[in-house]
Design a protein around this ligand. Structure first.
Ligand SMILES: [Zn+2]
Ligand SMILES: [Zn+2]
Length: 348
């Protein structure tokens, strides 16, 4: 099969690799229909975070090809959405809704055992707990793109909003205008936020943020952004903050604009972040979030996609095939694209 191979900083190429086979009785092998490039893949591509030379990618949807002897709820031919982390769905951490802390779980994204997801086939461990089936067998390109976001970005944005305890009528600030931040705007809207302040300085992202429900767009950053948000909220700050970047500056902004008693929901992986323990203490500001248990949110978000209430697939503004992988990364790296979608195979 064809698979995208990370060859080192700035180099992604397609190579022939053996098609993955069932390794454990709880595995499934899935034919990939759509895959995509994640913002976190860019950390490797830019040489900022380490990644082994080899297969890469952790977001995809597809059709089940084969299942192991102990797989009960998933069968060949099922159309499935795959979260970026696999999980058994039954351990105490899964039962509490934190599938990314599954005692028998782990993450897709590489290795030589068929778990790089920018490829024609993927081996899925813990198939019963990991895979979510979608009803129907005939989805438009538009719906497929939205279903693909449930694999990571939409579930991650939703986790930021849930962690920040967004509720009806809230004023919310979203720090970060990547695909996750934009999904955070959409999630805040879905949870009933009345005013959504998005921080963005790119015209294409601003447009989508507005379409997803942002009421105010601020181009300022750092202290200027803090000042602008304070000004918009009568000096008080917002009811909930979604931190979708992970840099120190984004975190400083997020905690500074959170009003007394509110929560910062963070989904950006922290890179050298120092949070002010004393300042947040005296303002009773909370902090939640982490790797999104996207599996926990699929059941809630899937109907919203299927009935057209949300269309998170709009974050994909660059589409190519698996052979166009180098360009898919380059387009995101050069900010020509918000997020790149890979059409790997047809649904049928
Ligand atoms: Zn991702
Ligand atoms: Zn578990």
């Amino acid at each position: 099969m064809k698979a995208a191979i990370f060859k080192g900083k700035g180099r992604i190429e397609i190579e022939e690799r053996p098609k993955p086979a069932i390794k454990e009785a709880t595995d499934a092998v899935v034919r990939v229909v759509r895959s995509c490039v994640c913002g976190s893949d860019l950390w490797y591509y830019r040489g900022i975070a380490p990644h082994p030379v080899g297969p890469i990618g952790h977001e995809f949807i597809g059709v089940v090809e084969e299942v192991g002897a102990r797989v009960a709820s998933i069968k060949p031919g099922d159309f499935v959405i795959t979260p970026f982390a696999f999980s058994d769905g039954t351990c105490p951490n899964c039962a509490h809704g934190f599938h990314t802390a599954c005692l028998h779980g782990g993450f897709f994204g590489g290795g030589d055992d068929g778990m790089g997801c920018q490829a024609e086939y993927v081996r899925v461990p813990q198939a019963d707990g990991t895979l979510a089936t979608a009803p129907g067998s005939d989805f438009s390109d538009e719906v497929l793109a939205s279903l693909l976001t449930l694999s990571d970005v939409m579930g991650t944005g939703y986790h930021a909003a849930v962690s920040a305890e967004v509720k009806e009528g809230d004023t919310v600030a979203v720090v970060g205008d990547g695909a996750v931040g934009l999904s955070g705007v959409l999630s805040a809207k879905l949870l009933g936020a009345k005013r959504i302040i998005a921080l963005s300085r790119h015209a294409d992202r601003q447009r989508l943020a507005r379409e997803f429900g942002a009421t105010d767009i601020l181009e300022e950053r750092g202290d200027a952004a803090i000042e602008a948000i304070k000004k918009l909220t009568g000096g008080i700050g917002v009811d909930a903050v979604l931190e979708c970047v992970g840099t120190d500056e984004a975190n400083q902004t997020a905690f500074a604009v959170a009003r007394a008693g509110s929560v910062v929901g963070r989904v950006g992986v922290p890179h050298e972040v120092a949070i002010d323990a004393v300042g947040t203490f005296f303002r009773n500001v909370g902090m939640r979030g982490g790797p999104a248990p996207v599996r926990a949110y699929i059941d809630k978000l899937l109907p919203a996609v299927l009935d057209g209430r949300i269309n998170p697939g709009k974050v994909f503004d660059f589409v190519t095939g698996l052979d166009g992988i180098a360009e898919a990364y380059a387009a995101m790296d050069e900010r020509r694209a918000i997020k790149s979608l890979l059409k790997v195979s047809d649904l049928k």
